[in-house]
Write a protein that binds this ligand. Structure first.
Ligand SMILES: [Zn+2]
Ligand SMILES: [Zn+2]
Length: 351
């Protein structure tokens, strides 16, 4: 099978791999589509560590192709979505009810240190495979995982009904935050500095979302009671525009990101600075349930076949040279030209 493989930072390529064989409690999924996520970008750019030789991809939906002998929850032919946030259920942290923080994650993060979904097939333990409602497209299902991340972070934010909520970063995660909040009747603004992403946000999101240009320091962003920072940079100017007793959730994940925080404002103005951690298993179930009524697929601007991965990454400002295995980057990033981009592993299933 074809598999998009990580070599080392800046080097990825299509490799020919044997189709994996499911173990006793595993499911072999014929992948339809995989979303390209900020984590995938960061891995390719060398900003997020991944295991050399690993197959990339974790936001995927597809069809069950085969199951191990102990699997009863799904059967060949079932349409499914993969929950890529594995947990062991046995370590102390799992047993304390915190599976999101499982201590046994090493070697269990698909697309990072365990072979992922940007391939024609992937094997996954049965408890991380969820059946899709008949009406849900694979395109929409591929956004269930990012929606789970968003719901987890919105819960950590815990906004009040009358809060002015500012989402920083108009990438797919920021746009998903805005979409969910607008659908719930929240007062939400979305800020970014990238003109293409601002235009996409204006075009694709509900009209209630106020889209604003802001620079990298957050200048230009409207005042808010709650800030969701999906950029992973915590722009310095944001704390000064935050209302008293406001909350900032730091959501973007960058390996070496450091922010300078004036501690006095936390003390005197009662500001909360929060990290939500990975989503819980229940968040994935909730996301799958809510996805039935949320037009998540409206954020998908491009679906490209697996062998056009270089083009797909170029749309996300990650330059690669061409369709040669494990090639180096072609040059400096040129800017975003897309919102959510999906790679189709099997084109007849891409819708
Ligand atoms: Zn992701
Ligand atoms: Zn565990």
């Amino acid at each position: 099978m074809k598999a998009l493989t990580f070599g080392k930072p800046g080097r990825i390529g299509l490799q020919d791999r044997p189709v994996p064989v499911p173990a006793v409690d595993e499911v072999l999924v014929r992948v339809a589509v995989t979303g390209i996520c900020g984590t995938d970008r960061a891995i390719v750019l060398g900003e997020f560590p991944a295991k050399p030789g690993v197959v990339l991809g974790h936001e995927a939906a597809g069809e069950v192709a085969a199951v191990g002998p102990a699997v009863a929850s799904v059967a060949p032919g079932d349409r499914v979505v993969v929950n890529p946030t594995f947990y062991c259920g046995r370590c102390r942290t799992c047993r304390r009810g915190l599976p999101a923080h499982c201590e046994a994650k090493d070697g269990r993060e698909i697309g990072v240190d365990l072979d992922g979904t940007m391939a024609e097939y992937v094997v996954v333990p049965d408890r991380f495979v969820h059946r899709l409602p008949a009406s849900m497209s694979y395109r929409r299902a591929a956004l269930v995982e990012p929606l789970a991340c968003v719901l987890n972070n919105l819960r950590a934010a815990g906004p009040r009904w009358d809060d002015r909520i500012l989402v920083l970063g108009a990438g797919p995660i920021g746009a998903l935050c805005a979409l969910v909040l607008a659908r719930r009747g929240a007062r939400v603004a979305l800020a970014d500095r990238d003109p293409v992403r601002l235009e996409l946000a204006r075009t694709l999101l509900p009209r209630e979302v106020r889209v604003r240009a802001a620079d990298g320091a957050g200048r230009g962003a409207p005042a808010a009671d709650t800030v969701i920072d999906t950029t992973g940079t915590l722009p310095g100017g944001i704390l000064s525009t935050l209302a008293a007793a406001g909350t900032v959730v730091v959501m973007g994940e960058r390996e070496a990101a450091v922010a300078e925080v004036p501690l006095r404002s936390l003390v005197t103005r009662g500001v909360r600075l929060v990290g939500a951690g990975p989503y819980r298993p229940a968040d994935f179930e909730l996301a799958l349930d809510l996805a039935a009524d949320l037009p998540l697929d409206s954020l998908v601007t491009h679906v490209l076949p697996l062998d056009r991965y270089a083009e797909a990454l170029a749309l996300l400002a990650v330059p690669l040279a061409g369709p040669h295995p494990l090639q180096p980057p072609a040059g400096p990033a040129t800017g975003y030209a897309a919102l959510k981009v999906l790679l189709a592993s099997n084109e007849r299933m891409a819708s």
